[in-house]
Ligand binder design. Sequence first.
Ligand code: ADP
Length: 256
Amino acid sequence: MTDQPMVRFDNVSKRYGPLTVLDGLNLDIMRGEKVSVIGPSGSGKTTVLRMLMTLEKINDGVIWVEGEPLTHMERNGKLVPADLAHVRRVRGKIGMVFQSFNLFPHMTAMQNCIEAPVTVLGMKRAEAEARAAELLGMVGLSQKKDHYPSQLSGGQQQRVAIARALAMRPKIMLFDEVTSALDPELVGEVLQVIRQIGREHDLTMLMVTHQMGFAREFSDRVCFFYQGKICEQGPPAELFGAPKNERTRQFLNAVL
Ligand code: ADP
């Protein structure tokens, strides 16, 4: 049971018209594993996260979460496309943080963090508020809980977005270039929060990042994407220290 992957992409392909964005992706992510996805722009990194969040339909293959199909469901021993209720239930295990924060602008930090727990999970308001206060404290924003997004810096907004995702008690967290929209001096505070939640050993994390130093120091495994495929993957010390593939070497030379 313990060696069952938390997430499995089984031969997953994604096409937009004639453009193949992901080409037969196979990727297993184990419980508690921290995986970074790196690669050139357009190589399909964000699409991987969006498919897992069911924001994009897949064309071929099956995505599994904790041994259960996400994109499909079993009917009479066969896998058929999943219905909405099934997708919602399985996707409930996954939280995502986006590059552009995506906070509700008309709600305070606290309200942003309790909205979904109350309306989607049916949590009691007081319980949701207590949990949100704890999470806002964890991301260093206790003092800002009644502020609206427009009253917060980008780094603070992103930390609220992380607290909001965690409020849904996900088992898997997806981070999509979460520091890319930030001024350089605000990147560190967001990475520090990610490091901190990474200490939750059970939480599985998959992140697309341009922060090579962070990927190297934080991840258990790094996947280098090139043209819709995993071109090379391995522990960060190996992938960054001694890349085997010429494409990986070229990419790392260009960005490091
Ligand atoms: P990355 O995150 O590695 O930069 P993406 O996963 O965002 O790459 O995109 C992979 C490819 O898919 C790109 O060529 C992009 O232009 C294309 N793409 C992404 N979304 C769409 C869409 N909705 N319609 C058409 N093409 C898309």
